[in-house]
Structures are given as structure tokens and as C-alpha cells.
Ligand binder design. Sequence first.
Ligand code: GDP
Length: 528
Amino acid sequence: MTTELFLEEINKRRTFAIISHPDAGKTTITEKVLLFGQLIQKAGTVKGKKSGQYATSDWMEMEKERGISVTTSVMQFPYADCLVNLLDTPGHEDFSEDTYRTLTAVDSCLMVIDGAKGVEDRTIKLMEVTRLRDTPIITFMNKMDRDIRDPVDLLDEVESVLKIACAPITWPIASGKEFKGVYHIYRDEIILYKSGMGHTIQELDVIKGINNPELDKRVGYYADQLREEMELVKGASHEFDLELFRKGELTPVFFGTALGNFGVDHMLDGLTEWAPAPQHRATTTRVIEPSEPAFTGFVFKIQANMDPKHRDRVAFLRICSGKYEKGMKMHHVRIGKDMLVPQALTFLAGDREHVEQAFPGDIIGLHNHGTIQIGDTFTSGEKFNFTGIPNFAPELFRRIRLRDPLKQKQLLKGLVQLSEEGAVQVFRPLDNNDLIVGAVGVLQFDVVVHRLRSEYSVDAIYESVNVTTARWVYSDDHKAMTELKSKASMNLALDGGDNLTYLAPTMVNLNLSIERYPKIKFHKTREH
Ligand code: GDP
């Protein structure tokens, strides 16, 4: 492959994820995006919480029972001249760690906001995470077919709460039962809405020019209202600026209804035109450019038993540079060995297919037999680690105990594997044989017991444990570490990756220890 063709492949890729508060419409918009990407023939087949149909990405019984998306999956599809990678993220906040890590693997995000509700908690939190890398954000104001809040108020709220400038690209004409469509400010076109067509790609009904008398004929009173509103909006809002968007300081805003499949195409046009192609990535030694010929990538997610027919674990790797080719060797930096990768997977809306080649921005799935952990870096031989893939100190703790004590080995194996996947964190105290499970969200506990039973055949139960918070402890000072280990061993434990952790019964205890051991660093997050 020539350099020119290689660069072409990179430049046409757009890798993004959707951030939103539950119920804002992430699933619905994903479905419509896949419809445009021609991955599904008819919308309504991705996930039907109500219809009893389930997304191909839903893989766990429990997930189906609860109607929440526990896992992350990847969907690749062509749109316009681009190849789009959409990384799905769990909707439930108990699995937020997974979401945070997925956000390290994208180059832009789509923020979906419920037009009736405005900016909600989870969106605020997720925006904070995207800020760590100044990820460019595209905004979709959803549910225009409902009575929404004043669009000017919505933009004000985004600007003041999320601290990002808004540049409306389209503007809604009325809302709820009266919703007429949107005005595309930069194309000077009105695209008219027709209800009840959400399951299809509709033929566009377009009026050219805001002053076109046809507009008055078609929407009556709302034509003049739109003209007046546009005067106001132009004065009060920001103009789209590609550079500010790319820096994460300004977001283009689209209005529409995911359910009615209206406006989603405008958003996709914006995404493919403006969102960045695969970006450079920081490592422990240098910055990696996607155009570098040597293959590199990092693992941001491990998922088990995605398909009950293939009971294996898959590591999701984001390619950062070079090209993946079937049958190639990769250098596994953490264990210092070359690995032959006979077959990687791609995820076409849940349909697993073997890929022949893949490029920067793409996600490939590697079969994992326990040698790959979240955060692992793969290269063509160079030794460095990609940085910025976080582990968070858990906030909830329970002791886990077996009903059948003979299965202790199985339990430990299961817990260590689940912790490598990031499903939960496990701690083994230095002073006793307890196993302590730590989670960020309470649902993680249920998932772990469920999976231990179905995947490892062990029946485990929880007991309460006197731990409030955890910190990873570290020091260059050998003496200080030895002192800590001898004096505070009852509070120390090893996590799933054998990192030393301080388990504090109370915040007071933690603060006292921080004071008592000034040479020790107590970290709330740990980078892989
Ligand atoms: P998620 O939790 O963010 O994935 O949200 P869903 O896509 O599951 O949507 C939550 C609910 O809002 C569902 O009942 C959807 O049918 C509904 N919904 C999504 N988009 C729209 C829309 O544009 N208009 C209306 N009226 N309802 C919508």
C-alpha cells in the first residue's frame, strides 16, 4: 500500500462515542445512525425495551432483564466519504468506568440532550471526562416532536453549565405536535418534518431559502416567526468555527427527533465533515502520530462471552498508528513478548467478522486467553505505554465468600479475570485470606455474582466489610514503603494486578495515614 493510500484510509475515519443522560435517546439515535450506515435494514431492531426485541450488542441475560446496556460494543459503517466507528457505551452510571475508558479511544463525541429536560447530571459528568482530552463535541437536541424548552434557553444552559460555546447549525421550527422541521442555517434551507416515518430514511422535503414564499405556504404563521427568531439567534449565538470545535471549545448544535429519524442525517453530515480524523496519542516516551507506519494500539476494554456461541473473551484495541494485517505479529509491551495475531474481529452491529486489515481509528477485537489486560499497549517492537487509561478507586466494598469452600481457586481465578476486564476490582488483604470486591456502582456487584455463577460455576455471596475507600500507594522511598508495610499491614491489600492498595475503614483513618506517611503517595486513580 502506498503512503498516499494509507493516509487516505486514515483521513476518512471518524471514531466517536455518544454521551448522554439515560433516556435522552442514545439507543434510538444509534439505531437511526445504523440505518443511515446501512447496517440495519429497518430501524426498531437494535433494542426494544418495550417490544421484547434486543440489540445484537446485548449479550448478558441480566442486561436483558434490566434493559440496560452493560457492555461496550463497536459498530463500523460507511457514511458519505467516511468510514465511521461508533463506540457504544453503557447507559447505566454504575458502569461509568467502562464509559470513561471508552472515551479515551475516540476522537470526538456526540452529546445527545433531551430537549424537554436540558442538561442533566450524567451529561455533566461525562463532559468532564471528555475535557481531559479536549475531545471535540457535537450536540444533538433531541425530542423536538415533544414540547421542548425554548431552544435559546437550551443553548444558554449548555454554555453556562457545560462551559462550551454553542454554534447552532440547524434551528427548530416549533416543537411538539406543531413541529414543522428545521432551518439549516449554513445551507439556507428548510427541511420539513413528516411524522410517523422514523423507521425509514425519508425523502427530503426541502425549501430553498428562508425568504422563499413557499415557506409561508407550507408552515404558515411559523415562517415569519422563524425569520424573526433567526435575527435574534444570529446576534446571540456563536458562529461555527472549525478550529474552536477541534479544540473542544465550541460545539455545533443540531435539532431533531431521533424517534422520528429527523435531523440525524444533518448531524452525521456535520460529524463526517468536521470531526477530526484519528488523532495523535500520548505515550510514556513520545507522541504517536497515526501516519507512522509502525503498528501501535492500546486496549481500552475487555469483554467476556459477547456471544453465547463463542465463550471467549475479547480485548478491544484502538489502533493508533500503522496498519493491522491478518496474521501479523504484535509486541505486547507489558509482558515483553511478541504475539501472533491470526485473526482479529470487527463488530458490524454485533455481527462478528474477521478483518483482513484495519487502520488507525479502527477498533479490532483480539481473542484473549488471559494475557491481555485493560491498558495494555501493543507495538511493532518499540517499548512504551499509551497513557491516560484510568482505573478509579472504588467507592463500594464487600467481602465475597463462597457457599462451597472447595471452590476457592475458581473464585480467585474468576475474580482476577473479571478485574482484568474492569468489571470489578478485587483486593486481597496482606494479613488474611479474605477477598474484597470493590465497585464504583452497586450493580457491578450483582453482575459479578451472576457471572461467577454462569461462567466459573461458583456460587458466591457478599458480606459487609469495614472499608470506606481505597488508595493505590506508591513511593520511591524504599524505607518509607517498608515502614508502611510493617506498621499498616492490616490496611494493605493487593489488587487484581498485584498493586499495593490502602483500604481505609474511614476517611479519618485515611487522612491520618496520609499525614503519618508523608513520603507515600496515596492515589485515587491508577493508570494502567
Ligand atoms: P437512552 O436511555 O438514552 O438509550 O434512550 P432511548 O433511546 O432508549 O430513549 C428513551 C425513550 O425516549 C424511549 O422511550 C424512546 O422511544 C424515547 N425517544 C427517543 N428519542 C425520541 C424522540 O425524538 N422523540 C420522542 N417523543 N421520544 C423519543
